[in-house]
Design a protein. Structure first.
Length: 609
């Protein structure tokens, strides 16, 4: 291939304007000066020099590229520099092999600079070198530069091969541009290129990542039609995506299909399916798969063990979770921070704080340093149990140990202080977190706002809401529900009603919680007709009452002895499949036990029995 000033300048212009990558040859200067001649010397153990011819040198380079035996980047750069100064120059194929080897070492920016060095030295890259360049840009998330090089390939008159097109497809997927990648895939077929397993695999994986599993399955079936050989990786991609879409039965069907085809599942296959089954509480099937995996001599890794420990802990099955924990140790799989966190969280959910703390301390002794998540889980457990002072001690301890609190940690503590009736301390902590550079999110504001209202700190709550509006935070219906509830609790029903009615103008649709809050407020104020009208409007507005709504309206009408309506709502609640909560049941039992219930209510319960 000839070298033209135009091609050299065009790529130099491209690099100067789009890429600011420089390569340092710092440690190689002395070696380079020795290698400028057409031959070089190797020194034996006895100190004698053995002359290596250029052909021998290039043969060695090719072998090292194939065997990937470069010690490090500097080693490869030394070889490149010698090649660049050989007379005559090595073939472009030799440069391609070396650049590919360096790209495999993941030094993509360096490869880009080396290709620039070649151009400046008068070596015009061919389509293979330009393909390497496209690959490097795509790995650096600059697929746009990759397409610029692709345009140059077409302009020069080269015919891009499938490898280059696959690289661009992958580059688009890496940038999350899956739709564009699919378009390029379709264009490839129209241009006469036959997509291979790599092309299909890249697109299928990309579609699954954006939740388009059905389209991915369609492409998967197309692979069968064109007789491409499916493998465990392709099946794993589909199975994992189906599990994430909560379509576990479909995922199990794919497992059955792959084993029927003689494709053996691996640890990733089983991990995805066990996770999916655990998410639905399908423990028997998860256990069956676990045993099947062990029978196949597939050794579960820490990730698979962690799935089981986490799910069992969340289900309150701590005996089983500990059995899995002990089994992983027996099998030589070392528990990691995630494993310990899952068990600690399980104990906290069961309010077994002493055992949680004991495991937390064991974790540190075993050399597994507690993370910010570990501290946050334990702090949340203390706050839930209203042991706020112990939570605060742990909070101060984590900062001493160099673990920086995040927004979750602060939000948990703020909620804890509100729960124990110390909203002023919660406000102080809110100010502290901002002073430390940690920005509160909407969840932080919501918890603090709710806490201030519930502790009857109305002025502070309104000031906080005003601050949220001033900061132009992305408010949601949850915030307005808290605000309406707060207004109802301090008997500012007119303001609450106005807020409720103006929600559509603010871009919000009242949800079931909003209606329930308003019905409760109206019942408290004795406005039963208005409460009844609002309850009936819910269905009309496309918002069906839930368990909490029925119990709220029944309790409200019971307090005002409107028993005929109570009977009606109880019947409606039962017909909908809901039941009385503890508060409703207690009120009803007390009324019946003390003979305070009127005849309508008594007759209803006699008929029910």
């Amino acid at each position: 291939m000839g070298t033209t000033g135009k091609s050299t300048n065009s790529l130099a212009f491209f690099f100067n304007n789009h890429c600011h990558v420089r390569v340092s040859f710092h440690a190689q200067n002395y070696y380079y000066y020795r290698c400028f001649s057409a031959t070089s010397a190797k020194t034996t153990n006895s100190g004698r020099d053995i002359v290596e011819s250029p052909n021998q040198f290039l043969k060695t380079v090719r072998d090292r590229c194939r065997s990937r035996s470069f010690r490090n980047l500097d080693d490869a750069l030394g070889v490149f520099d010698r090649m660049l100064h050989m007379h005559p120059l090595p073939s472009i194929v030799d440069f391609h092999q070396l650049l590919t080897a360096i790209a495999r070492m993941k030094h993509h920016s360096t490869v880009i600079s080396l290709i620039k060095e070649m151009e400046l030295s008068g070596i015009a890259p061919d389509d293979y070198i330009l393909g390497v360049l496209i690959n490097c840009f795509c790995h650096l998330n600059r697929v746009d530069f990759g397409f610029s090089i692709f345009a140059r390939i077409l302009k020069i008159g080269f015919q891009p091969d499938r490898v280059i097109l696959n690289t661009l497809v992958k580059g688009l997927c890496l940038r999350g541009k899956i739709i564009e990648a699919v378009k390029l895939f379709n264009k490839m077929e129209k241009m006469g290129y036959k997509p291979d397993i790599v092309t299909y695999g890249t697109i299928v994986n990309g579609l699954c990542k954006i939740g388009k599993t059905s389209e991915a399955i369609g492409l998967f079936r197309k692979m069968e039609e064109v007789n491409l050989e499916l493998d465990v990786v392709m099946y794993n991609t589909i199975i994992d995506s189906l599990c994430k879409d909560r379509l576990v039965t479909g995922a199990l069907n794919f497992l059955f299909e792959m084993t029927n085809r003689g494709i053996q599942p691996d640890v990733f296959t089983y991990s995805s399916l066990i996770q999916g089954l655990c998410n639905f509480g399908r423990w028997k099937e998860a256990t069956k798969l676990w045993n099947e995996m062990l029978d196949r001599k597939i050794m579960p890794g820490v990730h698979t063990f962690n799935i089981l420990v986490d799910m069992l802990g969340k289900e309150g099955k701590l005996i089983e979770a500990n059995k899995v924990f002990n089994e992983m140790i027996q099998r030589g799989v070392e528990p990691n921070t995630i494993t310990y966190n899952s068990l600690i969280d399980g104990y906290c959910l069961q309010n077994r704080m002493n055992e949680a703390v004991k495991l937390f301390n064991t974790m540190a002794r075993k050399g597994c340093s507690p993370s910010i998540v570990s501290y946050s889980i334990l702090i949340h457990g203390y706050c839930k149990n209203k042991r706020i002072d112990e939570a605060m001690i742990l909070f101060r301890e984590m900062t001493i140990n160099g673990v920086i609190p995040n927004v979750v940690t602060y939000t948990t503590l703020i909620g804890g202080f509100c729960r124990v009736g110390r909203p002023k301390t919660a406000l102080e902590l809110f100010q502290e977190m901002q002073g430390c550079g940690e920005h509160p999110d909407v969840q932080t504001y919501a918890i603090l706002l709710d806490g201030l209202f519930k502790n009857l700190h109305f002025p502070e709550a309104m000031a906080l809401f005003q601050a949220m509006e001033d900061k132009k935070l992305d408010l949601n219906i949850v915030i307005y529900n808290i605000l309406i509830d707060g207004m109802c609790n301090v008997r500012k029903l007119t303001t609450a009603r106005e807020l409720f009615n103006t929600l559509p103008t603010k871009g919000f649709q009242a949800d079931v919680q909003t209606y329930t809050i308003m019905i409760k407020g109206l019942c408290k104020a004795g406005l039963l007709n208005e409460a009844r009208e609002l309850f009936e409007k819910m269905e009309e507005n496309g918002c069906s009452p839930d368990h909490a709504t029925y119990n709220t309206v029944i309790q409200g009408f019971l307090h005002h002895n409107e028993t005929s309506w109570v009977v009606k709502y109880i019947q409606m609640m039962v017909d909908k499949g809901f039941s009385a909560n503890a508060t409703t049941a207690t009120i009803l039992i007390d009324l019946l036990a003390t003979n305070q219930a009127d005849k309508t209510l008594q007759d209803f319960f006699l008929k029910s029995v």
